[in-house]
Design a protein around this ligand. Structure first.
Ligand SMILES: [Zn+2]
Ligand SMILES: [Zn+2]
Length: 442
């Protein structure tokens, strides 16, 4: 048995792992965003030997490259949960549209259609149809997100995908206590410095910050992923407007946030019980607030020239999407605010702005950013302590492979996991493989 790390190794993005047991399994196939897009190192020859493809969740850094597998000759199934299938339909269509506009799509519409036709839907906590070694377990990251467990003859392998150890407004936290010999764990916030403040504190600061800008007559732009943070942030805003803690201003949804909201509503049985109850007592349905608006004018001037408002627009890392049009129109006014709520990968415009860049190129023009720039520490990922505890509390663990983390953080996490296990009298080996590395398991 072996694992080959084809992407997402000592980096965040293009997650992709090839596992060889009696059969070959490909785990996720994502895209890495940055100055230039990067893809996993998958060859045509490799695809000939792959029996199963498994998708942990819908985010593009895990799903974005899947249609290319069909272009390169794969003709089998892709196992995922139902909400994940619903969301990749949306996310991948949008991704392809943007890639086509840029003139460098990594695959065509036909390939995407093939993928969608070949998804094999699997419920949580039961063996996958036609692949009984595999089962999905809640990971608490976004709607439909799953840990993937493989019960091989030589031992159990657990891949966390992206996970959150903390309950969110919409989702239960990750399922813990699953026994595994080998663990492939994400490590987005794997450094000790990445300590997650309490959700209550983050929410308070977030609402205060928005209130300040609105009260002063400004507009707040929130770049957001279509799924995940988007819905969480939206429901947070909605509940604070309802309770009077935020002034009643319009919340504009631009990009795919609105469509994704429909998918969340259709898949409500996968959300927390409390949300399901709210939907049933329909006067409190957070999906149907009359505060939500969509821009009416094509050039969005009704929003940019209108009253104070809150704008939720994709994409979350500002590497495309309508959020750029808002920053172009509103970025020069110090009364406004750009408020980040999600992870900003190295090389993306969002990261550059967070790191202090104040002159950016948009639509062939140089824009000098005068608006206020802040970050709310919302997170749909486990933090350092959560990652260490998760590994430490996994029964039967022998080896941990650390993936989906910045180069600067992965070794620190490996050391801390080994130490925490040692304190409990257990010898666990943890390390962060490099891209292209092959590790033999048995
Ligand atoms: Zn994710
Ligand atoms: Zn991810």
């Amino acid at each position: 048995m072996e694992i080959k790390f084809l992407g997402g190794a000592r980096e965040v993005g293009r997650s992709c792992f090839l596992i060889k047991d009696k059969r070959s399994w490909l785990l996720d196939a994502g895209v890495k965003f940055g100055e230039e897009e990067q893809y996993p190192d998958i060859t045509r020859a490799m695809l000939k030997s792959i029996n199963h493809v498994v998708l942990s969740h819908a985010h593009l850094d895990h799903s974005g490259y899947l249609p290319a597998l069909y272009q390169k000759g794969y003709s089998g199934k892709v196992w995922c949960t139902k909400p994940t299938r619903d969301m990749i339909q949306l996310l991948l269509s949008d991704y392809l549209k943007i890639a086509n506009e840029r003139g460098n799509p990594p695959y065509g519409q036909d390939d995407l259609n093939k993928l969608l036709k070949n998804t094999e839907l699997t419920e949580f906590d039961e063996p996958a149809k036609g692949a009984p070694e595999l089962s999905f377990h809640h990971s608490g990251h976004i709607l439909g997100s799953a840990m993937c467990k493989f019960d091989f003859a030589g031992g159990t392998l657990l891949y966390t995908g992206d996970f959150s150890a903390q309950e969110s407004r919409l989702l239960e936290p990750v399922q813990t206590g699953i026994a595994a010999k080998w663990l492939i764990t994400e490590s987005t916030y794997g450094s000790k410095a990445d300590k997650r403040p309490s959700q209550k504190q983050v929410t308070k600061e977030f609402i205060d910050s928005i209130k300040q800008t609105i009260d002063a007559g400004g507009k707040v732009i929130i770049p957001t992923f279509a799924v995940g943070r988007g819905q969480d942030v939206l429901f947070t805003l909605e509940s604070h407007i309802k309770s009077g803690l935020l002034p009643k201003v319009p919340i504009y949804l631009d990009g795919m946030v609105k469509k994704a909201l429909k998918i969340y509503r259709h898949n409500a049985i996968y959300l927390k019980r409390e949300i399901q109850r709210q939907i049933l007592t329909s006067d409190d349905d957070p999906f149907k607030s009359d505060n939500y608006r969509v821009p009416e004018k094509k050039d969005r001037s009704d929003v940019t020239q209108g009253e104070p408002c809150i704008i939720l627009a994709t994409s979350g890392m500002m590497n495309g999407g309508p959020v750029l049009a808002y920053v172009e129109a509103l970025g020069g006014d110090a009364a406004n605010k750009l408020l980040f709520v999600g992870y900003q990968a190295e090389g993306t415009l969002g990261r550059k702005i967070l790191d202090g860049e104040r002159e950016i190129e948009l639509g062939g023009k140089t824009i000098k950013l005068e608006l206020k720039i802040e970050r709310a520490a919302f997170s749909a990922h486990a933090d350092h302590n959560d990652l260490v505890s998760f590994a430490r509390d996994t029964p039967g663990l022998e080896k941990v492979f650390i993936v989906h983390g910045d180069e600067s953080k992965v070794d620190e996490l490996a050391r801390d996991i080994e130490l925490a296990c040692k304190k409990k009298g257990r010898k666990v080996e943890a390390f962060a493989p490099a891209a292209g590395e092959i590790v033999r398991l048995v």
